[in-house]
Design a binder for this molecule. Sequence first.
Ligand code: C5P
Length: 238
Amino acid sequence: MHSDKRLIVALDFPTLEEAKACVKECGDAVSYYKVGMELYYAAGSSILAFLKEEGKQIFLDLKLQDIPNTVAGALKVLTKLGADMINVHAVGGPKMLAAAAKAVQEAAAEANKPAPKLIAVTILTSMDEEQFAALNYKGSIADEVVALAKMAKDAGLDGVVASPMEAAAIRKACGPGFLIVTPGVRPAGSALNDQSRVATPAGALRNGSTHIVVGRPITKAADRKAAAAAIAEEIKGV
Ligand code: C5P
């Protein structure tokens, strides 16, 4: 069984026990996990300690957004917990993003650890055109995503979270080496749930994504390990 480091499985569970069971079940088919708000609020840093013991990589998806000083303080604490990737909301603005990038570097240096990758959420992948219109932004979703990605890059961030539909435009605007982490990934034929702007795992990587985040198609599968292995197999050739 070969895992693929470009596949990040979203551990969206309400308890530590359920998350641990999923990790044990997926075994060596998955090497990278995403811990989001639900699980982090339920389990706190114990889930990170568990994943590290299991030798897994961690994307801490807490989507921080607040005034620059508050985000910087929170990120200093989170950086020391040892995640490999952390995120903030790009709409927090350039000053918040710059303060976030600085805080992560400083905290990593203080702790004598490699700095986690810091990425920015652009526009949520659940957002469709109708909901987006209600926000009253000037351009299209794609325009807004690219503008936010450029802003994040200029502020010193390592990449963005975006839909696979916008990955190609972000790659063109932000160049090689910029991380593009894409949720909204659905194997052909599987349920969309509440996601709107979706692509298949291989399609997302071909569009320029560096990592794909997959939750329910794996966590709700009858055989989670087989579902994860099938996606890892699909993307191996890309
Ligand atoms: O179950 P599903 O594959 O839809 O899970 C996608 C995961 O990615 C969820 O944990 C969700 O919070 C997260 N996410 C997202 N869209 C974003 C950022 C994060 O769906 N823009």
